[in-house]
Write a protein that binds this ligand. Structure first.
Ligand code: SF4
Ligand code: SF4
Length: 364
C-alpha cells in the first residue's frame, strides 16, 4: 500500500541510514585515534604541571598557569563569537598553558601614551615571550606531547571582511584564558590583573593534551571597581565602559600604526592629485612610523597601555610606579561623572556576563 507519507518515510530512512553511517565512520575514526594514542603513549614520559611550569619559568616566563580546556569550551567569554580551544585543535588542546611575561617598568613611568620607546620595548617583550612559547612547545614534544602556540598577535584572516575598522581578536581571549589558568582576574575594562604585576604583563598560550593538573580560578576580584576607576580616568580615547571596553575605538590607540592606519594613509596618498604633495606624504613622519611598524611590529601590534600603567593592582605599583603615576592628567569631569554613575550600581554594565572572570567584588 502506498500513501502520502511514503516519500517522507523513505527520506527519513535514508537520513537514519546516513546518520548511522556517519556514526560508524566516527566510531572507526575514534578507534583509530585510540590506537594511535596508545602508540604515541609508548613515547611519552610521565610529566607533571610543576615540571611544565618550572620549564616555562626557566625559559623566561614570569608567570605560568594551566587551564582545563573543557572548562573553556563550556564557558566561552563571548557567546556571540565563541573562541574555544576545541576550535583550534581536535587532538592537542586538553590543556591551555598560559604564559605571562612582565613588561619593563621604565617605559610605564613615561606618562605619554604614544611614546615610541614604549611600543618598541613592548614589541621586544612579545618577541621574548614568543621564543619562550616556542621553546616550551619543543620541550613538550620531546616528552612525547604534541603542542602548539596561540600567540597574542595572530588573528584568523578568514574573519577579516574587508573593513579595516573591524576589531580582530586573537584565536583565544588570552586574558580570559589566564583567569581560567588561575593567574588573576579581569578588571573594569576587562584587562587581566595579576597579584604580582597587575595588568603589566604580555600573554601567550600553548595548547597540549599532556595530562597535567589544571589550576583553579581565583574567586575574589582583584579589581577595585569604579571607586578606583584609574584605568578609565587615564584612557586617552575614553573607551572604557562598565566592565566592558569599546574594542574598535581602543584599537586606534592600541595599534596606532596598524593596518587601519596603513589603509587610511595609502588611500589619502592615492586621492591626492598633486604628485609633489604625494612625494612629501611618502616622506612624512606618518609614513616613517608605518615603515618602522612594518619592520618590527612596534606600533602595529603594540601601542597604548595607559590603563595598564596606572592600575594600582600588583606588587610592583607601590614601590616602582606610584611616585610618578599617581596623578592622572587625562582625568576630566566627564570621566568622574561616569565613574560616579557606575558607583550607584557597581554590578551593572557587562558584569553579569563577565562575572566568572571578574570574580566576586569587594563589598566595601
Ligand atoms: S589601551 Fe589605551 S585606549 Fe585602550 S582602554 Fe587602555 S588606555 Fe584606553
Ligand atoms: S585601574 Fe582600578 S578600576 Fe581599573 S582595572 Fe585597575 S583596579 Fe580596576
Amino acid at each position: 500500500m502506498t500513501g502520502i507519507f511514503d516519500g517522507l518515510e523513505k527520506k527519513a530512512t535514508k537520513e537514519l541510514w546516513l546518520v548511522s553511517c556517519r556514526n560508524l565512520d566516527k566510531l572507526k575514526k575514534l578507534k583509530q585515534q585510540r590506537r594511535l594514542n596508545n602508540l604515541v603513549a609508548v613515547f611519552q614520559s610521565p610529566i607533571s604541571a610543576e615540571e611544565v611550569k618550572a620549564q616555562a619559568i626557566s625559559l623566561g616566563a614570569d608567570l605560568v598557569g594551566v587551564a582545563d580546556a573543557q572548562a573553556m569550551n563550556d564557558h566561552p567569554p563571548y557567546a556571540a563569537d565563541p573562541k574555544r580551544p576545541s576550535d583550534i585543535s581536535d587532538y592537542d588542546a586538553d590543556r591551555v598553558i598560559v604564559l605571562a611575561r612582565r613588561i619593563n617598568l621604565g617605559t610605564s613611568r613615561i606618562a605619554k601614551w604614544d611614546e615610541r620607546h614604549k611600543y618598541y620595548n613592548d614589541e621586544l617583550t612579545i618577541t621574548a615571550l614568543e621564543e619562550t612559547a616556542l621553546e616550551l612547545v619543543l620541550w613538550l614534544e620531546k616528552q612525547g606531547y604534541p603542542a602548539l602556540i596561540v600567540p597574542p598577535t595572530h588573528v584568523d584572516p578568514w574573519r577579516y571582511d574587508g573593513n579595516p575598522d573591524q576589531h580582530l581578536a586573537p584565536l583565544l581571549s588570552l586574558d580570559h584564558a589566564a583567569v581560567e589558568a588561575g593567574l588573576g582576574t579581569l578588571g573594569l575594562n576587562l584587562q587581566l590583573l595579576t597579584p604580582e604585576y597587575g595588568p603589566r604583563v604580555m600573554l601567550s598560550a600553548v595548547l597540549t593534551s599532556a595530562p597535567i593538573e589544571p589550576d583553579k580560578r581565583m574567586e575574589r576580584a582583584l579589581c577595585q571597581g569604579p571607586k578606583c576607576g584609574r584605568c578609565l580616568s587615564s584612557c586617552p580615547g575614553d573607551v572604557i565602559g562598565q566592565w566592558e571596553r569599546d574594542w574598535p575605538a581602543c584599537d586606534k590607540y592600541r595599534k596606532p600604526h596598524g593596518f587601519k592606519k596603513l589603509t587610511d594613509f595609502l588611500g589619502e596618498v592615492i586621492d591626492t592629485k598633486d604628485t609633489q604633495i604625494q612625494k612629501e606624504m611618502i616622506r612624512s613622519e606618518d609614513s616613517f612610523n608605518l615603515w618602522q611598524s612594518i619592520l618590527r611590529g612596534a606600533g602595529a601590534v603594540t601601542g597604548c597601555r595607559r590603563c595598564q600603567d596606572v592600575c594600582p593592582v600588583g606588587q610592583d605599583y607601590e614601590s616602582l610606579l606610584k611616585d610618578v603615576l599617581d596623578l592622572i592628567p587625562e582625568d576630566s569631569a566627564k570621566k568622574q561623572s561616569s565613574l560616579a554613575r557606575m558607583l550607584e550600581a557597581v554590578t551593572a554594565g557587562d558584569y553579569e556576563n563577565q562575572s566568572r572572570w571578574i570574580g566576586k567584588l569587594d563589598e566595601n
